[in-house]
Structures are given as structure tokens and as C-alpha cells.
Design a protein around this ligand. Structure first.
Ligand code: GLY
Length: 351
């Protein structure tokens, strides 16, 4: 059965998320492409690890549309201006017009790139995103943040919703456990900020929690937050729980994003305990450990993490703020000082 979750902007639908188990193995064109009278061509962007799936989808829609497949590098190597430029040149050679569609099939880096070129090519063409990692399905592909990395992660990008996101939970269930674990950090984050039943699912089942439930619940959290505050003027910031110190650790130690978020949540949990009486820190830590995610960052250069966190501060006119929990499901965004950051760093072994 296909589950539909909508992101809204006022009274209108801004983006539609379809959760359709098995749709990648047996692609149905109507799932991947919203109705359009004027579309003639479809440009598919993908990465080497899932290029075969992308070609199957291209064959399935190839009867109705002129379709091309372009393979970009795996992971963050895809998110550069150079790759964006090559991709745009390829789309142009395909004759893609404003009425046509780009489909991004892959992990978060591919869907970020696809969203970015779709938002900027001819000042904007339709994007459809098909995340093939759990992290992409519950976070990166949802909510219209597009970007490439220049100097810093996600330094250049625009807010623009994909018209549709297609998630195949059967494909996600076949992922290696390490990739599932990485995504579980972002799914757990969604539970910690807004859905205690999602936290309970992970407490009961660990990494074997049923993906249909995990994805549906995490996507619903994100869809609600983004519907309320698309361009992150206020409320969307709660999605950054665990990201302030987590990003610092990710940048300095080169940790995978999900692992860095797990470490960042441990830090934020301790700061929450000290500043706002968060009484469930041990529970949060236990579920992070149960998922096999890291809870500390031993040996990482503390001063370099501090510099990276300070860089975030410089970009925010309000000074450094962190997402903290009063309780599970009750986040706040609070100004924090250097002492609070020290508390967070000490909790992850950087005292
Ligand atoms: N990944 C955080 C956000 O989409 O706002």
C-alpha cells in the first residue's frame, strides 16, 4: 500500500512524499512522475552504487519520455560546483526545458545535488527525489534544502521543494547495517524532538525496528516541522538537535554524518540536563548505544571542534544557540555560552 505524506505551504501542497515498498524493483511510472501535460524529457541523476536501479527506472518511464541517466560520484564527491556544472551541461545537451523533470536517485549527496541543479537550471525545473539510504529518506531528501559544498559543507544552496519524494522501504531494508545505523541517528533525532513512540520503537527493536514505521513516523515529524517553517526562520531549527557540536566533530574528525549527530546528541543531552532539567538523558544515551552508534569522540582535536562551533556562531546574528530538550518531544532553541559548550564537549570525552 502506498502511504502519502504532504508538506504544505499555507493551504497548498508544497511537496508530496510517497512511501511505496517495492517500487524500485517493479517501477511504475506514475509513482515517479507527477501528472504533466507539457513534460517531454526526464533527466535522471544517480551514483555508481545504485546506477542499475536508476537504469531500470529509466527503462520504465522511457516509453513515455525521452530519458537519460547521468552518473555522478558517490557520497560528498558529488556535491561540488564542478559536478553541478558537468551535470547542467549534460542536461542542456539532452535538450531539457523548463517543463521537464530531473529525478535524483541515491543517497543524500545525490539528492542534494539533484535538488540544487533542478532549482537553478533555467531558474528552476521540477525535481523528484528517490532516496536510497535511510538518512536520505528521513532527512536529506525531505524539506527542500538543496546544496553543494564550497569551502564548507552546504555553503551554497537554495530552499526549493521537490514536487515529489519516493521512498521504497523494501530497498531501504536491504541496506548494509552500517548504512541503516547512520540513518537511524537522524530517525531517532526526529523521535527525540517530536515523537516518543518512535523512540520507543528503537528501544524495543534496536536497529531491527520495522522500517515502514520508522520512516513513516520520522517523515511525518519532518513534514510537520517544514510545513510550519520552510525557510528556517524559527521552528525548523529544532531539526538541528545534536548538530551544533555534531557538525564540529564531523568536520574535524571526518565522522560519517549520522555518527556525528549521535555524538552531538549525547553532548546536547548533557547540556539539556544542566540547563533545562532534562531528566531522560540516561534513556537517550541507552538507545543511542543500543543502535550501535558512537557516544563519544575520543582523540578528536578539542580546540578544532571549538573553532568549528564558533564559526557557526559567527553566521548567526543571535550568537551561538543550541537545540536542547526539556523532555523527549519538547525541544527548545536556547542561547548557550562557552561554559555550556564545555559541558557538551566533556560529555563526549573532550573535557
Ligand atoms: N536537515 C535539517 C533540515 O532539513 O532542516
Amino acid at each position: 500500500m502506498v502511504e502519502q505524506i504532504l508538506i504544505t505551504a499555507g493551504d497548498v501542497t508544497a511537496s508530496e512524499i510517497l512511501i511505496d515498498p517495492g517500487v524500485i524493483a517493479a517501477p511504475r511510472p506514475a509513482v515517479f512522475l507527477p501528472k504533466s501535460e507539457r513534460r517531454r524529457r526526464v533527466a535522471i541523476l544517480t551514483q555508481p552504487t545504485v546506477a542499475d536501479c536508476a537504469r531500470d527506472i529509466a527503462r520504465a518511464i522511457g516509453d513515455a519520455y525521452e530519458t537519460g541517466v547521468h552518473v555522478v560520484p558517490d557520497r560528498e564527491a558529488a556535491k561540488t560546483f564542478a559536478v553541478a556544472e558537468q551535470t547542467v551541461a549534460w542536461m542542456n545537451s539532452l535538450g531539457l526545458t523548463r517543463h521537464d523533470t530531473i529525478i535524483g536517485i541515491g543517497g543524500g549527496a545525490v539528492t542534494d545535488l539533484a535538488g540544487f541543479v533542478a532549482a537553478t537550471y533555467l531558474r528552476g525545473v521540477e525535481a523528484v527525489l528517490v532516496p536510497t539510504t535511510l538518512l536520505g529518506a528521513v532527512d536529506a531528501a525531505i524539506g527542500g534544502k538543496t546544496a553543494v559544498n564550497v569551502d564548507g559543507k552546504n555553503l551554497v544552496g537554495v530552499f526549493r521543494h521537490p514536487s515529489r519524494v519516493v521512498i521504497d522501504t523494501e530497498t531501504l531494508a536491504s541496506l548494509p547495517r552500517d548504512i541503516l545505523r547512520e540513518g537511524a541517528a537522524e530517525a531517532l533525532k526526529a523521535g527525540l524532538i517530536a515523537d516518543v513512540e518512535l523512540v520507543e520503537l528503537y528501544e524495543r527493536h534496536g536497529l531491527d525496528a520495522p522500517l515502514a514505521d520508522v520512516v513513516s513516523r520520522a517523515v511525518r515529524v519532518k513534514a510537520q516541522v517544514v510545513s510550519d517553517d520552510f525557510e528556517e526562520h524559527a521552528g525548523r531549527a529544532i531539526l538541528n538537535y545534536g548538530h551544533t557540536i555534531g557538525h564540529g566533530v564531523e568536520t574535524v574528525a571526518g565522522l560519517a554524518h549520522g555518527h556525528a549527530v549521535a555524538v552531538g546528541m549525547v553532548a546536547a543531552g548533557e547540556v539539556s540536563t544542566q540547563l533545562c532539567g532534562f531528566a531522560e538523558n540516561a534513556r537517550q544515551r541507552a538507545v543511542i548505544e543500543q543502535l550501535g552508534l558512537p557516544t563519544s569522540a575520543p582523540g578528536v582535536d578539542r580546540e578544532a571542534v571549538l573553532r568549528s562551533v564558533a564559526l557557526d556562531k559567527k553566521r548567526d546574528e543571535h550568537g551561538l544557540r543550541m537545540v536542547l530538550l526539556e523532555e523527549i518531544g519538547a525541544p527548545i532553541v536556547a542561547p548557550v555560552d562557552a561554559d555550556a559548550v564545555d559541558v557538551g564537549l566533556a560529555a563526549i570525552g573532550l573535557g
